[in-house]
Write a protein that binds this ligand. Structure first.
Ligand code: TRP
Ligand code: SF4
Length: 334
């Protein structure tokens, strides 16, 4: 888009509102969103993918709206800025649904059925009935989300690569069948640290092993103190292996490099015990999250301001989406 004399590339990404954000989300996705925003080279569109959340959680939608609000508060609290980025809610920009309908006409079923994420999720979430049209169509909706803004790039994690590949194929097919309207978007992968949950498995809401961005005080301390460490270190007198310890990985993110070196040394020489090491980590995380928590408190006591931010984001996104849809209808001659 032209703003002043500069032409900025647009990037688009979304997150499903399925609960509070955890430190894995923070270091895996959000920090990347914040740096892309602050680089100033891009126009960033970030949205709450509430329709996507419904593809698997359709039977209980009672918390969907609250989750969306909480998520935007978390975003703003960790440094997304509504002046710099367009923050909005998918279901408030109806054009996504119109483009989704049109793209569904041209997307071969075989592309969706062979999608690895589809197959995996269906097996993984066996307790939910995911034999729905909406769940199969998930990547078509995602393609609509992205190309409606003519995005150049999509910051995502590796798990999303098959979806972005499908988006590219769908965009190409549209361009070929009707008119060359859509740029073919690139996935933008960030280097992300491999953070595990407190029990040593992947950090995930469904495993009950997550440290949330909103955790503070005793909750935060207790979670950190319960973290798995080097499995072979039983006693303080056993030398530890920091490179195999999830607590150490977290220190790498929250603690000054010189202290990290000291911990590494002391752990290998059995000079520091895991309890002390974890207490120090809890302290560092609490310090780092303090300003985040202050901003969360601010927004929870100024919800009107949040409403304005969302309304403004919705309007800015709608403006672009409407323009694209005019072109799309014209190309299809509908
Ligand atoms: N599928 C994404 C996820 O689970 C969420 C999403 C929906 C998305 N629409 C998108 C991501 C568009 C990037 C662009 O994380
Ligand atoms: Fe991990 Fe720290 Fe224990 Fe070493 S001392 S094993 S780094 S928790």
């Amino acid at each position: 888009m032209v703003r002043g004399n500069s032409v900025k590339k647009r990037i688009v990404s979304g997150m499903r509102p399925t609960g509070r954000l955890h430190l894995g989300n923070l270091h895996g996705a959000l920090e990347n969103w914040v740096s892309l925003q602050n680089e100033g080279a891009y126009e960033c569109f970030y949205f709450v993918a509430d329709w996507h959340a419904m593809t698997s959680d359709y039977s209980d939608t009672s918390l969907l709206r609250d989750y969306g609000i909480n998520m935007i508060i978390d975003w703003l609290s960790v440094g997304l800025d509504a002046e710099k980025s367009v923050l909005f809610i998918q279901s408030n920009v109806m054009e996504h649904a119109e483009l989704y309908t049109l793209l569904s006409m041209i997307t071969p079923l075989s592309w969706l059925e062979r999608n690895p994420t589809y197959k995996e999720m269906k097996t993984e979430l066996a307790e939910k009935d995911l034999s729905t049209f909406g769940f199969l169509g998930y990547p078509v909706l995602q393609a609509a989300d992205i190309i409606i803004y003519k995005a150049f790039g999509v910051p995502v994690g590796v798990d999303q690569l098959p979806h972005i590949e499908l988006t590219r194929e769908i965009a190409r097919r549209f361009n070929y069948l009707y008119r060359d309207i859509f740029p073919i978007p690139e996935p933008l992968l960030a280097d992300v640290p491999k953070l595990l949950g407190t029990d040593g498995r992947k950090m995930s809401k469904s495993y009950d092993n997550s440290i949330y961005i909103s955790d503070r005080g005793d909750t935060l301390r207790q979670k950190v103190v319960s973290m798995f460490t080097d499995p072979q270190r039983m006693r303080k007198s056993d030398p530890g292996r920091p490179h195999l310890c999830n607590v150490f990985t977290f220190h790498g993110l929250y603690t000054d490099p010189s202290e990290v070196d000291e911990i590494s040394h002391d752990c290998r020489q059995a000079l520091i015990g895991c309890v002390e090491c974890k207490n120090r980590l809890a302290q560092r995380i609490a310090e780092r999250l303090k300003p985040v928590h202050d901003r969360q408190d601010y927004f929870y006591s100024h919800l009107n301001e949040l409403d304005e931010i969302i309304a403004d984001g919705n309007a800015r996104a709608s403006k672009i989406a409407r323009m694209t849809m005019e072109e799309v209808r014209d190309a299809i001659k509908i």
